[in-house]
Design a protein around this ligand. Structure first.
Ligand code: GRF
Length: 206
C-alpha cells in the first residue's frame, strides 16, 4: 500500500479531506505522517486527534535549509514514504529535497495554473478580473507552482466576491479533487509523460 506523508503549515482541511477518504477505504493508502513547520497549526491538532503520527520540525533550529531538509528526508525514508502531499505547506522545497523524491511530491494550488502562482492566488484572480478560477493539483518540481498538472477544477467568480468568498468556494473543490488524485496515484493510474500527465481511465485531452 502507498505510504503517504502530508506536509502542512496551517488549518489542515485538505489533510483531513484526504484522511477521511482513506479511513472510508476509498483511497487504498496509509497516511503515516503529518509534518508541520508551524507549532500551532490546525493540521498538527487534527492529526493528533486522528492518531496520525504528527511531527513539528522548527526550521529556525537549523542553520541551513538543507540541514532542515536532511532532517525531513531522514524521517521520510525511515517511514518508507512513497508520496509527499503538500497541503498548505508554506515553505519552498529546494532542488536538493525535490531530487530525493522525484515525481513523488504533489501540491494543491488555489488557482487555475499557470495563472496566479504564489501566495494570495484568490485575491490575485479577483484583482485581475477573471470570470473563472479554481484549483490545480500538480507534481512539484524545482520551479514554484509550475510542475506537471494532474487535475484542475473550475469555480465561477461572482461579481461581489471577496477573496474569502472565492477561497471558500475553491476550497470545496480542493477537498474533492485532492483526494481523487491521491486515489489515482495509489491505484497506479497516474502516468507522467514529459510535462504531461495522463490519468488512466480518463479521456485524454484533445
Ligand atoms: C489551500 O487553499 C491550498 O490550496 C493552499 O493552501 C490552503 C491550505 O488549506 N495551498 P488547508 O490547510 O488544507 O485547510
Amino acid at each position: 500500500m502507498l505510504k503517504i506523508a502530508v506536509f502542512a503549515s496551517g488549518r489542515g482541511s485538505n489533510f483531513q479531506a484526504i484522511l477521511d477518504q482513506i479511513k472510508k477505504g476509498v483511497i487504498p493508502a496509509e497516511l503515516k505522517l503529518l509534518i508541520s513547520d508551524s507549532q500551532n497549526s490546525g493540521a498538527l491538532k487534527k492529526a493528533e486527534a486522528e492518531n496520525i503520527e504528527n511531527i513539528f520540525i522548527d526550521p529556525t533550529n537549523f542553520k541551513k535549509r538543507t540541514d532542515y531538509e536532511k532532517k525531513l528526508i531522514d524521517l521520510l525514508k525511515a517511514a518508507e514514504i512513497d508520496l509527499i502531499v503538500l497541503a498548505g505547506y508554506l515553505r519552498i522545497l529546494s532542488p536538493f529535497f525535490i531530487d530525493h523524491f522525484k515525481n513523488q511530491i504533489i501540491n494543491i494550488h488555489p488557482s487555475l495554473l499557470p495563472a496566479f502562482k504564489g501566495l494570495n492566488a484568490q485575491k490575485k484572480a479577483l484583482d485581475y478580473g477573471v470570470k473563472y478560477s479554481g484549483c490545480t493539483v500538480h507534481f512539484v518540481d524545482a520551479e514554484l507552482d509550475a510542475g506537471p498538472i494532474i487535475k484542475q477544477a473550475v469555480v465561477e467568480v461572482k461579481a461581489d466576491d471577496r477573496p474569502e468568498d472565492l477561497a471558500a468556494r475553491i476550497l470545496t473543490k480542493e477537498h474533492q479533487i485532492y483526494p481523487e488524485v491521491v486515489k489515482k496515484i495509489a491505484e497506479g493510474k497516474i502516468k507522467l509523460r514529459g510535462k504531461k500527465v495522463k490519468t488512466l481511465g480518463e479521456r485524454e485531452a484533445e
